[in-house]
Design a protein around this ligand. Sequence first.
Ligand code: UDX
Length: 433
Amino acid sequence: MAAEQERQPQPIGVIGTGYVGLVTAAGFAELGSEVWCIDIDAAKIARLQRGEVPIWEPGLEELLAKHSGRLHFSTDLSDALEHCRLLFVAVGTPPTYSGDADLSAVHAVVDAIPASERHALVMKSTVPSGTGAAIQRVLGEQGKQGLRYVSCPEFLKEGSAVHDFLHPDRVVVGDNGDWAGDAVVELYAPLQAPLVRTDIASAEMVKLASNAFLATKISFINEIANVCEGTGADVVEVARGMGLDERIGSKFLQAGIGFGGSCFPKDVDALKQLAGNSGYHFQLLTAVIEVNELQKRRVISKLHKHLGGLVGKRITLLGLAFKPNTDDMREASSLVLSARLNADGAIVSAYDPVAEAQARQLVSGLRFADSAMDAIGEADAVVLVTEWPEFMELNWDKVAQAMSGKLVIDGRNALDSGAVRAAGLVYEGVGRS
Ligand code: UDX
């Protein structure tokens, strides 16, 4: 890589080795930086030092292995401070009971950083707009005003995180116009992505507003789907017709059984809460959240419609993760579904190609099958929860033979409805005619 040698990108520290931290570390290593990854979880660091990757993310393990010579893992922050000026913060900011983001991990990092004229905190974690200003106030109170602060939100999607890091739609850098912002811009320069260089509060808001907008798009199309079910229109056709309007765009118009994951539910809540804290009632987001919660439960009423009571009925869930290509179960629709089915007395089997281990920690009362066909045997109804590619390949004649009943609910409008029906099964999608 001649360009890489010319540029000699500077070393960076990454604090927090979750999805965002590890992908950021691997991505910047790919761009030529030495990277010091710091985490307080000693067991996790030990695994990473052995070359084990604690999360399932396509391409990540390979990229970390490719650059193992440039990647250093430690529990000691001073290792990063010694070698790097830029310290990317990628710790968790989960929701609290009030809906505000829990910033305790972020503040622990702020407290742990010593006074310095040569270091900068680069915030990758999603934080409410105003956090940068608050942190800079704290740094001032702690006599650490020499530390620079940059907001650099991450927009990667789980399942395609490595690709998203290396091919971003845009890079957003919010800073005070000092060396640290320049240095972050320079690190991203090889990606040749459109740059939005702005103030810190605006950069923070770009992230929250983007996620809230995408979540709104999903709840909107889900409501259109629900109306389609009453009118005989097909939401897939409606979305196709809408999406060709460039002002609308075709992405994020797939109706289904609701959005989940570590970001959308949390960020929509956090933005609603942030607005509320400053005296503004964000009505639209309240509806976005409510529509999503109801959407997860609509499968239950569809099952009731076809099967009557669910006591003793065998229901198969195909997929458990909140979306394909991830083992992440956070806020997955399957969590609500499996709990509701249990409460209604159904006998539930489930199969997910990679999320079983995560799911076992969160759900009880269901049988984990070894394969899709194993889960489907004797089922009264099959529900597609996560559109893993292998479920698209199912032989529906074999499925029909294995099932006791005939009902297939396609929670993601991803199956070939013609093939399902041709096997003599009853197909029900979301908002399909
Ligand atoms: C999201 C954002 O896309 C990303 O920019 C941000 O950094 C983190 O949050 P992610 O949570 O990985 O990424 O998942 P994404 O692919 O956006 O999907 C989120 C949820 O929305 C999934 O449950 C998915 O099934 C659902 N979804 C998505 C729909 O129901 N319909 C759609 O059309 C698109």
